[in-house]
Write a protein of this length. Structure first.
Length: 379
């Protein structure tokens, strides 16, 4: 059966172990999961609440409300430089959109190229009937377009890029993205651009959307999320901008899978897209401070070597201990009650790395890293 071909979530084993320890009365300090510690801004919650009271609790169009799609169109033009019409937009949580987009790119068995290390894209590729093929990032986790070109074959239908990157914290530059776009446009290969962390950028970096290189959406499928930018992870709010034909196929998926997303969530999302820059600026300032706290703590651990974090809220340091990353993380959890994710779950090139999330409070970061420092001192 198709679902037998995929494993459980790569991070689920560690999460289940955390839950087990919590049930045993042990307090686990977690820097493992990318869920911001902030609550959703009250203004956004109130928009959803008032929308429900007005009766926005019924079926709507599977593409999304006209209001949210207008907000999406205006936002990607203003902020991402993407020229799109309403017909190029659909409201859909990003994780679902990855699968729906992949299911729409080909009617025959296909291959999709995924970054190594990178987020957990292989499972939706398999579910969509494709075969995942990995392309290695550069030694500094940048986009190596020559490496991508080597992996492209006759069955390649899509290449996934993720910038800012989960788990590496790196960002791809305009020149590399342009080279990739021109290569794909000449071959009719789709680019799935996961930009969930577009608003969390540091060091005077500027996020570049590869979709801005097109006069109109043709081969780039741009995936966005409100989860990280507005601390709305539980709302499952996101949107996709892409070629009209592909968006219409994604709409067929919506019609037959969930019918539509709740209208009150879409109304709150439209409000966030139109009025939320003040929230983004506040969150980004705090993430920058937390990043500095993590950097300070890691500087006290000689066994960790961290690269530059340009965006997102993850550090992906290399470590010098002999243990493999999954064994190390289990041992760290059992001995210090500290949870981080093993780099190996993000691909072969992630081995000997740890993904450390700094979306938690300063106190949590310092407490967890003190446990990490103690662990390495004893091992």
């Amino acid at each position: 059966m198709l679902l037998d071909k995929i494993s459980e979530s790569p991070s689920l084993e560690l999460v289940n172990l955390v839950l087990k320890l919590n049930a045993m009365g042990k307090s686990v300090v977690s820097l493992a999961i990318g869920d911001p510690s902030f609550g959703t801004p009250r203004e956004i919650i109130e928009v959803a609440y008032k929308s429900m009271l007005r009766g926005d609790t019924h079926y709507i169009h599977s593409y999304g409300t006209v209001d949210v799609r207008r907000a999406i169109k205006a936002k990607v033009e203003r902020k991402n430089g993407i020229r799109a019409g309403l017909e190029n937009t659909i409201f859909m949580t990003t994780k679902m959109a990855v699968y729906a987009a992949l299911a729409s790119v080909s009617a025959t068995p296909f291959e999709a190229l995924l970054p190594d290390p990178g987020y957990f894209y292989s499972e939706p590729v398999i579910l969509a009937g494709g075969r995942p093929v990995y392309y290695r990032l550069s030694d500094s986790f940048g986009l190596d377009v020559d490496e991508v070109k080597k992996k492209v074959g006759p069955r390649t239908k899509a290449i996934i890029v993720n910038t800012p990157s989960n788990p590496t914290g790196r960002m791809f530059g305009k020149s590399e993205l342009r080279e990739l776009y021109e290569f794909c446009a000449g071959r009719g290969v789709f680019i799935l651009s996961d930009e969930a962390y577009e608003d969390i950028v540091f060091a005077h970096k500027r996020h570049i959307s590869v979709g801005s290189l097109e006069k109109r959406p043709e081969v780039v499928i741009s995936l966005y999320s409100l989860s990280k930018s507005y601390s709305m992870t539980g709302w499952r709010a996101g949107y996709t901008v892409g070629p009209e034909r592909l968006i219409s196929l994604m709409n067929k998926f919506m019609e037959n899978a969930v019918t539509c997303f709740p209208p009150f969530i879409e109304r709150a999302s439209a409000y966030a897209l139109e009025n939320g820059e003040k929230f983004i600026q506040g969150f980004r300032k705090e993430y920058r401070r937390r990043k500095e706290v993590l950097d300070d703590e890691m500087s006290r651990i000689p066994q960790l070597e961290g690269g530059e974090v340009e965006g997102a809220f993850y550090s992906f340091p290399r470590y010098t201990a002999r243990l493999r990353s999954q064994a190390l993380c289990k041992s760290l959890l059992r001995s210090q009650n500290v949870a981080v994710l093993p780099g190996a779950v993000f691909g072969p090139s992630g081995e000997r790395h740890l993904r450390i999330c700094f979306a938690s409070s300063e106190e949590t970061i310092r407490t967890a890293m003190q446990g990490v420092r103690k662990f390495f001192a004893e091992n």
